[in-house]
Design a protein around this ligand. Structure first.
Ligand SMILES: NC(=O)c1ccc[n+]([C@@H]2O[C@H](COP(=O)([O-])OP(=O)(O)OC[C@H]3O[C@@H](n4cnc5c(N)ncnc54)[C@H](OP(=O)(O)O)[C@@H]3O)[C@@H](O)[C@H]2O)c1
Length: 315
């Protein structure tokens, strides 16, 4: 496993990390097995949230991590009613603090390594978060030693060009951001990753496979083609070859779609690529892609030519 610096936190994080969004409630034993397999493989960074699986993700993770204080855990407080782009902002400083306390209890830790505002989705609600006491409450938690580092994550379906992070990162308010970059949404490479580099902010990539379902996303050839079809239906790509051609992704061979997807993210100037898996076998499969140079210039160039103009996440 290779490690990269998480911006100004100075933490060295594994370039592939574990996203604990799925599986804790449906199969806690398998979830714990995957967490232990991650640790054995050298992954030292896990992303979760108070809202994942109704708190089960944190609770089962807390159980899995007993005796593994060295693993860096990132968790989040969502100041919105739900995860839809239109959801109302309901954040308050008291709720943020209560959420952090709950996360500490569920994770069985004295201190949260990284605590994020979850899914900030409009400039207006970013400003509210910064001014209504929520941000101040995060800083207070950090001063009290209950949290080591603070940040925000974005909501790609609402902000495909990262306007929120473009405003937030240069303020210097945050140590870490969680953002989407994958080969079907490449905008961060130009709009926000250079800013993070300039301000020494750690970058945790979410959705490297485009938050896939079995039907659509970067998990198989059929699912990737379906995702392209959906982009065409949304007007993000033209309804013509090569986008409509059977062999659209042939240039990626011998890499499979998920392998090329992870390799694409690892070529970027980011701290860690956070991916979810629900079995040890899947983890092993993904670990086999973490060798530099990840993806050659010709394939990277073709991916940019084909998909570099997409400005919105479509799942
Ligand atoms: N706003 C936010 O802050 C936010 C939003 C979204 C995600 N996240 C975080 O980012 C993490 C990653 O997000 P994500 O959208 O990539 O997805 P995810 O929700 O973690 O799910 C990844 C899916 O990809 C599948 N997969 C992984 N490797 C594969 C392979 N080699 N071949 C085929 N399928 C494969 C997994 O399948 P199996 O289940 O079958 O193993 C899993 O269902 C999440 O877990 C979460 O921690 C944060």
């Amino acid at each position: 496993m290779r490690y990269r610096r998480l911006g100004r936190t100075g933490l060295e994080v594994s370039e592939l990390s574990y996203g604990a969004a799925r599986g804790a409630r449906t199969d806690p034993a398998a979830f714990i097995e995957v967490v232990h397999a991650c640790i054995d493989a050298g992954l030292n960074f896990i992303d979760t949230a108070g809202g994942y699986d109704g708190g089960y993700s944190e609770t089962v993770l807390g159980e899995a991590l007993v005796g593994h204080d060295e693993v860096i855990v990132e968790t989040k407080y969502c100041p919105y009613e739900n995860y839809s782009p239109q959801a109302a902002y309901i954040g308050t400083p008291d709720q943020l603090i209560a959420s952090a306390e709950e996360s500490l209890r569920r994770l069985r830790r004295d201190r949260l390594d990284i605590f994020l505002g979850h899914g900030i989705r409009t400039l207006e609600t970013l400003d509210r978060f910064m001014e209504d006491g929520c941000y101040e409450a995060m800083v207070k938690l950090r001063e009290e030693g209950k949290v080591r580092f603070i940040g925000i994550s974005e909501l790609s379906e609402a902000d495909g060009t990262h306007r929120i992070l473009q405003r937030a990162v240069p303020t210097g308010a945050f140590d870490v951001v969680m953002l989407t970059i994958n080969f079907l949404l490449q905008t961060a490479a130009e709009t926000v990753i250079p800013l993070c580099r300039a301000h020494d902010v750690g970058t945790v990539v979410m959705m490297p496979l485009n938050q896939p379902s079995k039907e659509s996303g970067l998990v198989s050839l059929a699912a990737a083609r379906e995702c392209v079809r959906r982009h065409i239906a949304h007007g993000n790509l033209p309804a013509e070859p090569p986008y409509t051609a059977e062999d659209l992704f042939a240039f990626l061979e011998p890499f499979s779609i998920p392998e090329a997807g992870l390799r694409y993210v690892l070529t970027q100037d980011i701290s860690t690529c956070c991916n979810g898996v629900r079995s040890k076998e899947r983890l092993a499969q993904n670990l086999s892609v973490v060798d530099p140079p990840y993806l050659d210039a010709a394939r990277l160039g073709r991916l940019r030519e084909l998909f570099g103009r997409i400005q919105w996440q479509v799942r």
